[in-house]
Structure formats: C-alpha cells, structure tokens
Ligand binder design. Sequence first.
Ligand SMILES: [Fe+2]
Length: 162
Amino acid sequence: MPRTKQAVVIDVVLNFDPASARTSTESAERVLALIEERDLTLERVLDTHPHADHLMAPHWLRERAGAPNAIGEKVQDIAELWRGFYHEPDAFHPDRHFDALLADGDTFEVGNLAFRVMLSPGHTLGSITYVAGDAAFVHDTLMYPDMGSSRTDFPGGSGAAL
Ligand SMILES: [Fe+2]
C-alpha cells in the first residue's frame, strides 16, 4: 500500500532443489529484500492454502520479519487428512505454525485496506480467497489457461467443489 507503506505477502513458498533434495529460503529472502528496498513494513503473512506440491514459508517469514501469519481455519482438516495420508503424525500442526486461522466471512484491515476472507474449496478442501478492494487473491482456484487448469487431485481436492 503506497500511502501507508504497509505490506502484505500472500503464498510465499520455500525453494526446493530436487537434484540435491535441499530447501532454501532464496525466494522468501528476495521478497523481504524487496519490502526493505521499498521501505515498507511487512504487516501480515497470508496463505490461501497449504501446498501439497510446495514447501511453505509463513513460519520462516514470521520468525524472520516478525509479522503474524494466517491461513484458513479448515487447514486443521487438511492437516488431519495429510497426517494420515502421508503417515507423518508430527509433520503439520497449524496451531503451532500459524497465528490466526481465518473463517469464511472474517474481515481484517491492513493500513487503509479492508480484507475479507472467502472460502473457495476445490483445489484443497480449505482454500480461501482474500478479497481486498477490487482485487481477489484466488490462489490455485483459477490458473491461467495457458499454464494448465486448476488441480483437484491432491488429497482433499474436489472438482465438484471447485
Ligand atoms: Fe496449490
């Protein structure tokens, strides 16, 4: 937000190099560098959904930048599903990794911009969209046609819900 110099980031992920099986924070660090370069203050770290095909960065961003993070409340159901599906009982605990679990219809403000949370399942069972002003951050609910249609094949995905 140019006037208030407050910033929000959405769906920042970690990097993963399959050849070496290593993760890095290279992209997240670039995001923080851009925020610093533009003299902005990071107010919120938002996620629309947990990613079965990416490693998420909100926990790292919260630690590094001190900004609270948030995701949709149905991430609890997704975590439960994934714990069983991937046989990883301790892998993903949203209560530990997120400051706020947002429900459909929740609202919050950052600077002079009002955000509204809209449940938009299908890609995952708990995906949310952030509506702010005349923009909607729809995540993988809508993918560009030239880059493939949205995926509903991850655990908990549903073409009918999408
Ligand atoms: Fe996704």
